[in-house]
Write a protein that binds this ligand. Structure first.
Ligand SMILES: Cc1ncc(C[n+]2csc(CCOP(=O)(O)OP(=O)(O)O)c2C)c(N)n1
Length: 327
């Protein structure tokens, strides 16, 4: 079984670049949305560090991934390029997930083991349990990673998926990105009990809560869960506490239902400057390298936008592909 790759400074800097890439792409998507060029965006803002830290502890190309609509940074960490994600945002024919026929947050790539999601909340969870069972039978030492918000844990799918995976000791990592809001519904009206991690005990599996702005803590937690899964120990439930620094989507305005004082306080806790400071403190990053990375990433986003905007739209005749069988 190939060993997990050690977390070298080079790998952490590559992860940091992915985080910066996700943020720069998101910034550009908002401008394009305001300009009327992109219809609908779901932002990862506040979740990026947790998503990239988690995927960095796994093995894209070997493991399977059931992502959810907010996993823009996770998709980049799994190998999606900025251009591919922009092609999806512009709903172009060359979008690798769906040929421009799905919500841009539904990521799919057979080559990378990313199983396409749907816009329903939670159905990826039992699916991941089933994929986990298949991987166990195949005996490849691969695992299935599935992510979702805390709101999704109030759906039956969450409980069915956890019970099944726990019962059959499936190699699955259940990764909850808890931003404390399910659109306009706060956690207190959505999740009974103290939180999500505690629920693992009911299924007889480990459950851990981890600060989602701490790259190293999230990475270590996911790496431990991966080791357990690969060695036949079964699933783990991880709850990463993150911030939702944007509204649920561009069709929502959280200022209508969230306290402005709380929003201002959260904006100051943006996880990206925190990661940057941690890297500067370790001497792995300098302000100059940081600036060079940001310039590089901005150029990539510029290029990705130009290519995607100029790319052809899907043929009208492809509307029913993958929806109805060709007769
Ligand atoms: C079965 C189902 N019910 C309702 C919705 C509408 N909906 C879309 S996202 C969402 C909130 C999900 O919140 P959470 O799981 O916490 O994830 P977050 O968006 O906060 O990351 C809801 C209710 C849906 N897509 N599917």
């Amino acid at each position: 079984m190939p060993e997990a790759k050690p977390l070298t400074p080079e790998r952490v800097l590559e992860a940091y670049r992915t985080v910066l890439r996700a943020r720069a792409l998101d910034d550009r998507r908002f401008v394009l949305n305001r300009a009327g060029k992109l219809a609908f965006i779901i932002s990862p803002r506040g979740h990026e560090v947790a998503q990239v830290a988690a995927i960095t502890a796994l093995q894209p190309g070997r493991d399977r991934f059931c992502l959810y609509y907010r996993n823009f940074a996770a998709a980049l960490a799994c190998g999606f390029t900025p251009e591919e994600l922009m092609l999806a945002a512009f709903a172009r024919a060359a979008d690798p997930s769906s040929g421009g026929r799905q919500t841009p947050g539904n990521f799919g790539s057979r080559r990378r083991g990313i199983v396409i999601g749907s816009s329903t909340v939670g159905p990826q969870i039992p699916k991941a349990a089933g994929i986990g069972l298949a991987l166990k039978w195949k005996g490849e030492g691969a695992l299935c990673y599935v992510s979702f918000g805390e709101g999704a844990t109030s759906q039956g799918d969450f409980h069915e998926g956890l019970n099944f995976a726990a019962l059959h000791r499936c190699p699955v990592i259940f990764f909850c990105e808890n931003n404390h809001w399910a659109i306009s519904v706060p956690q207190s009206l959505q999740v009974a009990g103290p939180g999500v991690a505690e629920r693992a005990a009911a299924y007889g599996i480990p459950g851990t809560r981890v600060p989602g702005d701490d790259f190293f803590a999230v990475h270590a937690t996911v790496a431990k869960a991966a080791e357990r899964a690969r060695s036949g120990g079964g699933p783990t439930l991880i709850e990463a506490e993150v911030l939702r620094l944007q509204s649920h989507s561009t069709d929502d305005d959280q200022r209508a239902y969230r306290d402005p004082v709380e929003l201002a306080a959260e904006a100051l806790k943006d996880p990206i400057p925190r990661l940057r400071d941690a890297l500067l403190q370790r001497g792995w990053l300098s302000p100059e390298i940081d600036q060079t990375m940001r310039d590089d990433v901005n150029r990539e986003v510029e290029r990705a936008t130009e290519v995607a905007e100029a790319a052809p739209e899907p043929e009208p005749g492809s509307l029913g592909h993958h929806v109805y069988a060709d007769a």
